[in-house]
Structure formats: structure tokens, C-alpha cells
Design a protein around this ligand. Sequence first.
Ligand code: ZN
Length: 71
Amino acid sequence: MIECTKCETPQFLQITQSRVYFEDGEMINEISETYECTLCGGTGMYTYTEDEEETAVSGDVQLTKERPKHA
Ligand SMILES: [Zn+2]
């Protein structure tokens, strides 16, 4: 889950730009999403690379792991 680092909530985040890069016309190779927080005006970017199964965030967003409240 992606959330705003300033507001610490994903509630006000909007995707302003989304790009998907394909390899060989079929496989998704890379996903790039730009976010804007409508509450504080912060912006950030999230990218996911299939090859390395790697995610990266920059700017005013952070990646949080969704954890169940009960173990
Ligand atoms: Zn915010």
C-alpha cells in the first residue's frame, strides 16, 4: 500500500500518471505511477520492475506493508 509521508494515509492520494512498460508486447516489464496528495499537495512516484521484482518510491509517498491486526 502506498501512503502520503506527510499525512500518513493513502486516503487522499490520487494517481496522476500511470505508465506500463511491456516487453515483447505481452509481459509487463515495468509499472510507473505518479501520485498526488489532494490534502497536502505532496507528490511522489512509485515504480515496480518485474525483472528484479523490485519496488521503489520517491518523493512524498512511502510504501507500507499491509499487516493484519490480528496475528
Ligand atoms: Zn498528504
